[in-house]
Design a protein around this ligand. Sequence first.
Ligand SMILES: C[S@@+](CC[C@H](N)C(=O)[O-])C[C@H]1O[C@@H](n2cnc3c(N)ncnc32)[C@H](O)[C@@H]1O
Length: 251
Amino acid sequence: MTVDTAELMAAILERLQTASTAAYQYPDPRHGPQDVAASQQQRDEETDLWNSLVGTHTGALALDAGCGLGVHTPRLRERYSHVLSVDGDPARLAVARSVWGETASGVFRCVRLDDPVLGEPAFAGRFSFIQCMQVLGHVPIAAQATALRLLAGMLADGAPLVLAVPFTNGLGDEFCKTLLTADGMSDGIPIPVAEFDALARAATSGVLPVHHFSVAGVQRLVRQAGLRMEHMEVYNTVGPTRADVMLLARR
Ligand SMILES: C[S@@+](CC[C@H](N)C(=O)[O-])C[C@H]1O[C@@H](n2cnc3c(N)ncnc32)[C@H](O)[C@@H]1O
């Protein structure tokens, strides 16, 4: 039986009404049109790599998991007939909604990526495409694994998932914090993993915890979610051990 995508979206939105309303505030106090540490040049590099990974893929229903200010919204709406964009921070969603607009086929909703509601049958295998761009590097370690597992469960069989996270060229994962003010930031201050986890749980304004994944760390996360990695590429290199990594995986 073919399920109409509009009906599917309606069913999903209805279930999302039961999501936890526990407040989350992304630590960047600026809420500007550009996200933390993302210059136009970095955004362009990100877009080029995203295009090369996703190719000509199109489909019915896409999920932008951790959409933030909705920077990726236009290109998703070009390719997918329905786009659901979710984020844990209601203030950022409000900015995204006002910039990109909301329609029956392009919707913004507040939900944390580790909310069990995303594991309900209404979501299972329903999405033709899922992306999670620069989100998991800022959430507590246990929530990273839960979130990616939930995203994998929402993906249709064989459909692509694009994941981007901060990267280190080191042998093991590394953790740091970025201090943010209205005028700018100082980044890359190393911290122990326990401090990273505490900061990610507390989500204190002005202090952004950053988990830089090693190759082994990314592979572990993807494997634990039951995903099959197809391609992985480093981008936005800022030094020998600091960059971002983007990968395409399938269920
Ligand atoms: C660095 S921004 C990236 C935003 C967007 N994906 C982009 O590439 O422009 C990280 C986003 O993840 C959201 N976020 C962090 N933890 C989250 C969680 N547990 N559930 C949902 N969203 C979360 C934040 O509110 C923030 O908007």
